[in-house]
Ligand binder design. Structure first.
Ligand SMILES: Nc1ncnc2c1ncn2[C@@H]1O[C@H](COP(=O)(O)OP(=O)(O)O)[C@@H](O)[C@H]1O
Ligand SMILES: [Mg+2]
Length: 589
């Protein structure tokens, strides 16, 4: 149970007050009776002495026996006590509480202890039960007379008077004690409030700090230990606030760096649970749940990755790097590097960086393929040139054979030259070194001129070339020579891959900000499986046929690059045995 400090202090003060008051009360109470008794006794004694003096002066004027009864009455009335005057032989001469005529009935008082003591010592006292008055009484007696005793004076008061006094005093004492108690109750409440208020202030400010509110300051505190505490807390609050801000800004920087990174990053704790994974990593592995607190295997679902993590965290290998391949949901090559975070010579966690090198590997492969392809393409014509020239050098007898060989050598070297031209074109376009001059060009004349170049080969195969080019088409923004290269390649293919008697049609029509060109033929077509690859370098559906027809396999690749550098697109639709349509777009001028 929680009790406020103020109430505790109040309770302690009150308990203290109760103890002190109780002790004081018991002490006074136990001593009150004897104190009162002593007081009364000494008073009685003084009264006795005064009365004795008075009696002595009275007795010098008249004999003791004569006026004693009246004197006893008078003194008794004056002092409010019982007064007895006794002759030295014990006969009662006067008593304030006994009528004069009843005096002779009283027994002889000589035997009373106080009388005996007075006769011996001059003063006597006794406390005992009075059968006359039926009460406990206090008796004091003294001898009257200077030289020889004239009489004995006795003053008597009831002990009950002492008790009366006592209970009166007790009441006053009790009331006093209760009043003091209530006063100390109020006082202790006020004191403890004064003591605890600044503490309550400090405590609420500290609570605010704990919940992250550092704007609270503690004001108006005294210059003592509590004041020091408040000042220290204020200082601490400022320090913590500054430190937190520093940490936050550091975190924000780290966050920016991590989320801006292209590489995926995972940070794990010493047990291998993920503490942090950046957005690139989620993208890389298509993670849509929160990875924190899970193992890399659960998140990435790749045992090779978990292997590296285990090696770094448990295998004692501080730095690890490995290339892994991921097959689902996409084929990817990823380079994983991991490094352990050390703390006091122990592994405290690790950082893993995932670098997507799929594109790099693809490009490498493209280059390797390209080199292989080029060598292969060059070797075929070169070996036949070499073979035939060797034969010729050995001396071929027949003139017509010699002529035929020379023809082959010429054709092959022509193919080589074409191949090299195409390769040079392609590399120039790809590297952006081909100088292109874009200007508004009318498309119809370019189409006609290109068709004119191929007119002979079309006529040889009796292929009909048609045009569907409306009048008044807008001009396009293009390099005229490159555009005609595109048409030449597309028309050349269309005529090459169309059997005798077929037809080729060129249509041009506007499409948004572009003009679209369709080159349609009724030729052999391209099987669906080959369609996505026909724009690749050296890719040919039927190698033998292409070579036989003098193709290099680079035409469509050049077309694609030229169209793209014009800001257009190229695509093909085809059905095997039914013909193909190659389409591309060029932006209007
Ligand atoms: N109009 C077409 N009809 C059928 N196949 C075609 C057509 N155009 C291109 N192809 C196919 O695409 C391949 C690549 O064409 P291209 O790059 O021009 O090389 P080449 O013409 O030197 O063979 C050709 O080998 C051929 O198989
Ligand atoms: Mg071609």
């Amino acid at each position: 149970m929680r009790i406020k400090l103020q109430w505790k202090l109040t309770a302690i003060f009150c308990l203290l007050a109760v103890f002190i008051l109780a002790a004081a009360y018991t002490y006074f109470n136990s001593h009150l009776k004897s104190f009162l008794l002593r007081d009364i006794e000494s008073n009685l004694k003084k009264e006795l002495i005064l009365s004795k003096d008075y009696l002595e002066s009275e007795f010098s004027r008249q004999p003791a026996a004569a006026g004693s009864a009246a004197l006893a009455d008078r003194i008794g009335a004056d002092l409010g006590v019982r007064v007895t005057i006794i002759a030295p032989d014990g006969i009662v001469l006067g008593d304030s509480e006994v009528k004069k005529e009843d005096l002779p009935k009283l027994e002889n008082h000589l035997g009373r202890p106080e009388v005996q003591q007075a006769l011996k010592e001059g003063f006597g006292a006794s406390q005992r039960y009075s059968y006359t008055l039926k009460k406990y009484m206090l008796y004091n007696a003294a001898v009257v007379g200077k030289d020889k005793p004239a009489a004995i004076l006795r003053l008597v008061i009831p002990v009950a008077k002492v008790a009366e006094f006592e209970s009166g005093m007790q009441k006053i004492l009790a009331v006093g004690v209760i009043m003091v108690f209530f006063a100390s109750l109020i006082l202790s409440f006020l004191i403890s409030m004064a003591v605890t208020r600044p503490l309550a202030n400090i405590s609420s400010a500290a609570k605010a700090m704990a919940s992250g509110d550092f704007s609270r300051k503690i004001f108006n505190v005294s210059r003592d230990e509590i004041g020091d505490l408040a000042a220290t807390l204020n200082y601490m609050s400022d320090e913590i606030k500054a430190k937190i801000e520093k940490v936050r800004s550091g975190e924000a920087k780290l966050e920016t760096v991590l989320s801006g990174m292209v590489e995926g990053v995972i940070v794990t704790d010493a047990k291998g649970k993920i503490i942090l994974a950046n957005p690139s990593l989620r993208k890389l592995f298509f993670i849509d749940t929160a990875p924190e607190g899970k193992t890399p295997l659960e998140v990435v679902r790749n045992s090779a990755v978990q292997n590296i993590v285990d090696r770094v965290l448990k295998g004692g290998q501080r730095i690890a790097a490995e290339e892994i391949s991921v097959s689902s949901p996409e084929e990817k090559s990823i380079k994983v590097s991991g490094v352990a975070i050390m703390k006091e010579n122990q592994v405290d966690g690790a950082i893993f960086v995932f670098h997507d090198i799929t594109e790099l590997r693809r490009l490498e492969k493209v280059r390797q393929d390209f080199v292989a392809n080029v060598s292969h393409e060059l070797r075929t014509p070169l070996s036949s040139i070499k073979g035939y020239s060797e034969t010729l050098m050995d001396g071929v007898p027949k003139a017509e054979e010699r002529q035929e060989f020379l023809g082959i050598i010429y054709r092959e070297s022509d193919r080589l030259a074409k191949l090299i031209d195409d390769l040079l074109d392609l590399s120039k376009i790809e590297s952006g070194k081909m100088a292109m001059v874009f200007m508004p060009v009318g498309i119809a004349p370019v189409v006609k001129r290109s068709a004119g170049v191929l007119e002979k080969s079309a006529r040889d195969k009796s292929i009909k070339v048609e045009f569907n080019i409306p009048e008044g088409l807008p001009k396009v923004m293009a390099d005229e020579n490159r555009l005609s290269q595109v048409f030449l390649n597309l028309l050349d293919n269309a005529i090459k891959y169309t059997p005798e008697g077929g037809s080729v049609k060129v249509s041009v029509f506007p499409q948004d900000k572009y003009l679209q060109v369709d080159v349609t033929d009724t030729g052999v077509g391209i099987p669906e499986s080959d369609l996505p690859r026909v724009f690749e370098r050296f890719y040919r559906v039927d190698k033998a046929r292409s070579r036989q027809l003098g193709g290099t396999g680079l035409g469509l690749s050049i077309v694609k690059h030229i169209v793209q550098s014009h800001g257009g697109q190229v695509w093909v639709k085809s059905e095997a045995c039914h013909g193909s349509t190659f389409s591309f777009t060029v932006p209007k001028a």
